[in-house]
Design a protein around this ligand. Structure first.
Ligand SMILES: Nc1ncnc2c1ncn2[C@@H]1O[C@H](COP(=O)(O)OP(=O)(O)OP(=O)(O)O)[C@@H](O)[C@H]1O
Ligand SMILES: [Mg+2]
Length: 502
């Protein structure tokens, strides 16, 4: 019997217009956590979808526990052979209960009826194996935090007795406390002998759990080895194909006048008496733990959530923002953190996604779409963010995760805005594309725009901001000059009222 849980060799996959995988190999042993690394669009998710039977391969061989897979592999067969996948974009049925999701397609039936009691019992047992005792099997999945939803997905994998677990960017939307919890569970699964393929763009977290790495680039296999045999610079160089000398380029610009002033803003439960000033030619970072109220503050300023009280001034004049349209008219734009839910229409083309918020610019007085302006806009977005796509006329949802994120940012670049708010702009984005986004932020800043960046990654917020405001429990708890900031300084402000991340 082979020492590997799974071996993939010479895997090739072609989508219309894109060779997503070209002669790729991958192997992972039982009880091993292997990081699968590569830039956005490198083919990581595609390879894992082939392993789990979601996509069929055009060529190549898959061997699972020494058994060669003859012909196409479908999801059911993959499951039976022990493969479970937790997708990059969680796809659970939000309105169904925890237990119903775990047993989806494999419901337990007794006397011709669903045996809900038995399914609930088993769901609780599986969750308990992961050390989770406070998830109600009757709770609707949509009411759980993303972190908890992921725990349910992992428990579901245990339920089908998965021996190979694929985790496609599990940490990108989790709070720090949830990530710690997830790592604990991954280690537990490893000790039980599960083979784990772990995909992440948060390279600094890998050392906590990873044993080995496989690196891909542009649909090709580049190298593999023990994690500790690589330096971080070597990993990045293999992913990117060149060296990245400065991960956080920050240009200096002349700070101008106050552009945006927020006074005593209250909105819902998560925004309490927030006041701050943001200047032209400045990058203002918002740091804090997940759940501190940063996103809610930005949504209120953008008119996406109702403001209960407070004032907003633009260039010294008070403005009234009741809806995002008011905000956009005043030159305030927001790229939201959740691309799938709020940032993109995944079923529309890239072209339409970029055009939609800019119809006022594209249509002119006649109301007809001016193709030339539209094409220029798309061109500008694609070039400045190097979006990897076959054409602008494919569905936005067919792009790799990181490239979808770039579209969310790109659609706002077309406008001449006064205030650009970016909420977690680099979530799920690879190292080199991150640098591209930072350079765009620098460009905006140099053009005298006021840029507000919400980020949960401390090195990022410290590396790109000029000034950092820290929030905790809906309030601004501190301000630090980014050039003098330390992680400890920020964390002190971020936990002023206790850790609200849990
Ligand atoms: N269903 C599809 N139809 C057409 N093209 C696709 C489809 N799925 C993936 N692709 C293309 O295949 C390539 C590889 O995409 P994939 O999602 O595997 O990248 P990835 O390495 O997971 O990237 P990321 O880190 O951004 O998630 C990309 O160019 C992508 O646009
Ligand atoms: Mg992916």
């Amino acid at each position: 019997m082979s020492e590997y849980a799974v071996e993939m060799e010479h895997i090739t996959k072609i989508f219309p217009g894109v060779k997503a995988l070209d002669d790729v190999q991958l192997r992972v042993k039982p009880g091993e956590v292997m990081a699968l690394l590569g830039e956005n669009g490198a083919g990581k998710s595609t390879l894992m979808k082939i392993m789990s039977g979601v996509y069929t391969r055009d060529a190549g061989e898959i061997t699972i526990f020494g058994k060669k897979v003859a012909g196409d592999l479908n999801t059911k067969q993959a499951q039976e052979m022990g493969v479970a996948i937790i997708h990059q974009e969680l796809n659970m049925c939000n309105h169904l209960s925890v237990a119903a999701n775990m047993f989806l397609g494999r419901e337990i039936v007794k006397n011709g009826r669903l045996d809900k009691a038995e399914m609930n019992k088993q769901a609780v047992e599986e969750l308990a194996k992961l050390g989770i005792k406070d998830i109600d099997p009757d709770a609707a999945v949509g009411d759980l935090t993303v972190g908890r939803q992921q725990m349910v997905e992992i428990a579901k994998a245990l339920l089908i007795k998965a021996k190979i677990l694929i985790m496609d960017e599990p940490s990108s939307a989790l709070s720090n406390a949830e990530i710690t919890e997830m790592f604990r569970i991954v280690k537990e699964l490893r000790s039980m002998g599960t083979a784990i393929v772990y995909i992440s763009h948060r390279l600094q977290e890998l050392h906590h759990i990873v044993d080995s790495v496989t690196i891909m680039r542009d649909g090709r296999y580049i190298t593999e080895g023990k994690f500790t045999d690589f330096t971080m610079d070597q990993i990045i160089a293999n992913m990117v194909g060149r060296e990245i000398t400065n991960q956080f380029p920050r240009d200096d610009a002349n700070r101008g006048d106050v552009v945006l002033e927020v006074k005593n803003l209250n909105a819902g439960r998560m925004v309490k008496d927030v006041s701050f000033k943001a200047y032209a030619g400045e990058v203002l970072g918002f740091s804090g733990l997940v759940g501190a109220g940063r996103t809610e503050t930005m949504r209120a300023i953008f008119g996406a959530d109702r403001i209960d009280s407070g004032q907003i001034f633009l260039d010294g004049k008070e403005i009234v923002i009741k809806s995002p349209i008011d905000a956009i008219k005043n030159g305030i734009v927001l790229a939201p953190e959740d691309r799938k839910l709020e940032g993109l229409c995944t079923k529309l083309t890239i072209r339409d996604n970029i055009a939609l918020p800019n119809l006022d610019l594209i249509c002119g007085k006649s109301g007809h779409i001016n193709k030339q302006i539209e094409n220029e806009m798309i061109d500008k977005g694609q070039k400045s963010l190097t979006i990897k796509m076959a054409s602008a006329d494919v569905e936005a949802g067919s792009l790799s995760g990181g490239n979808q994120q770039k579209i969310v940012v790109a659609k706002w670049l077309a406008r001449n805005s006064r205030v650009v708010i970016l909420d977690e702009p680099t979530r799920g984005i690879d190292v080199s594309a991150k640098v591209e986004i930072y350079q765009i932020i620098n460009k905006l800043k140099k053009a005298g725009i006021c840029v507000i960046v919400v980020s949960s990654e401390l090195p990022e917020v410290m590396g790109i901001s000029d000034r950092i405001l820290v929030m905790c429990n809906g309030r601004i708890t501190g301000e630090v000059d980014a050039r003098e900031a330390t992680e400890a300084m920020i964390m002190t402000h971020a936990t002023q009222f206790g850790d609200n991340a849990a």
